[in-house]
Write a protein that binds this ligand. Sequence first.
Ligand code: S3P
Length: 207
Amino acid sequence: MSGTQPLKSKPPAHDAARKSEEATSVAKALGSRSIVLVGLMGAGKTTVGRRLANRLDLPFVDADTEIEKAAGSSIADIFKEFGEAHFRDGEQRVIHRLLGEGPQILATGGGAFMNPATRKATQENGISIWLKADLDVLMKRVSRRSHRPLLQNDDPEAVMKRLIDERYPIYATADLSIDSKEGPHDAVVDEIVHALAIELKCGGTET
Ligand code: S3P
């Protein structure tokens, strides 16, 4: 080592001011609508969602956590004791209730947007954003934790591939889609806020 460290580059002040202005206009233009994050397990809905909420100064709500609260048990236990169909009923009910409580950032479980009634309610009460990620990124992220019932089997990668085939055409009907790349989550948040500014016609310019 030479002893001289490269200077960390800071974004110019005007860039920070522009970002904060854009975030304020987006939050204002939303009115009572929610921003609804959809996408597969491991797409970053919760992690990115929390940061996005922070940026827009809005509450963050995780639908899976709300389902667990309403049921008084974990998603893994709901699947085990009552089966997936029962979980899906509860999921639909909870998301419909939450959609009446915007504005907020609402992270939904990977299967929620597959339900046509939930998609319709989302369309009416929110702006949907598909966080899109490749198989290898998803697998890397989900392999860090083992609480997801759909992946508790011998070949979670095969399950993920099947879910990509089944779900991506439906996720693609979301209002916006954003690549949930590896790297700093804040870069994904920047992209989301900019795409929302364009979608909501509140100051964003297409780049
Ligand atoms: C599911 C995804 C999970 C959770 C449940 C079912 C799915 O949420 O809702 O295990 O069907 O993809 P995350 O996408 O937040 O992991």
